[in-house]
Design a protein around this ligand. Structure first.
Ligand SMILES: N[C@@H](CCC(=O)N[C@@H](CS)C(=O)NCC(=O)O)C(=O)O
Length: 221
């Protein structure tokens, strides 16, 4: 039996959260080692564990993987969340790259300085409601299936649910104009592995609290 993947990151969402989601959706148990202070990052760097001196880093199948997308690609391929052929994979790639772009806006909002918050919020909600969510609503409408690609669960569905829930934290009625995304959310949330991940006490991380932001910044700068 191979060891559980071990995730190295701070105890928060950031770039590691989509990886936690994918592992959880695949029903894979994982361990976490949290960076609490800068010295923890320095230690990983000096012992040669970080190819580009950055986290996320995931120990998996004898590798020390870095680069969020590379890690997510590996997990998605290994656990059959990456479509059944090249064209499905191409669609999934386009969708999830859009999701990563939106995720970057949602994930960094809590870290914005006070004077930038309002402008950042307006841009983030505008992009959510007018650029990204209409695309996924249309995809579901056009093919009329339950999942974004190929009528089976893929990483695109998992990552979209993650983003929907994040966007709702900033604007609770953000799905008001997207009826198919509303039913998508309910459907994907009910998949047993995902349902379990959504329960309190899982390894899913909460939205960062304002008072924890300086601590996280100190680890990396
Ligand atoms: N392209 C990389 C970016 C990783 C990254 O920026 N990681 C941050 C923490 S979220 C970091 O390690 N920052 C320290 C540094 O860049 O020196 C990825 O997607 O994994």
């Amino acid at each position: 039996m191979s060891a559980k993947p071990k995730l190295h990151y701070f105890n928060g969402r950031g770039r590691m959260e989509p990886i936690r989601w994918l592992l959880a959706a695949a029903g894979v148990e994982f361990e976490e080692s949290y960076l609490e202070k800068k010295e923890d990052l320095t230690k990983l760097r000096t012992d040669g564990s970080l190819l580009f001196q950055q986290v996320p880093m995931v120990e998996i199948d004898g590798m020390k993987m870095v680069q969020t997308r590379a890690i997510a690609n590996y997990i998605s391929t290994k656990y059959n969340l990456y479509g059944k052929d090249l064209k499905e994979r191409a669609l999934i790639d386009m969708y999830v790259e859009g999701m990563f772009d939106l995720n970057e806006l949602l994930m960094t909002h809590g870290y914005q300085p006070a004077e930038k918050k309002e402008e950042h919020y307006a841009n983030m909600i505008d992009k959510t409601e007018n650029r990204y969510f209409p695309v996924f609503e249309k995809v579901l409408k056009d093919h009329g299936k339950d999942f974004l690609v190929g009528n089976q669960l893929s990483r695109a569905d998992v990552q979209l649910l993650e983003i929907i829930l994040m966007a709702e934290e900033w604007k609770p009625n953000v799905l008001a104009k997207f009826p198919l995304l509303q039913s998508f959310k309910a459907r994907i949330s009910n998949i047993p592995t995902i349902k379990k991940f959504l329960q309190p006490g899982s390894q899913r991380k909460p939205l960062i609290r304002e008072e924890d932001v300086p601590k996280v910044i100190k680890i990396f700068y």
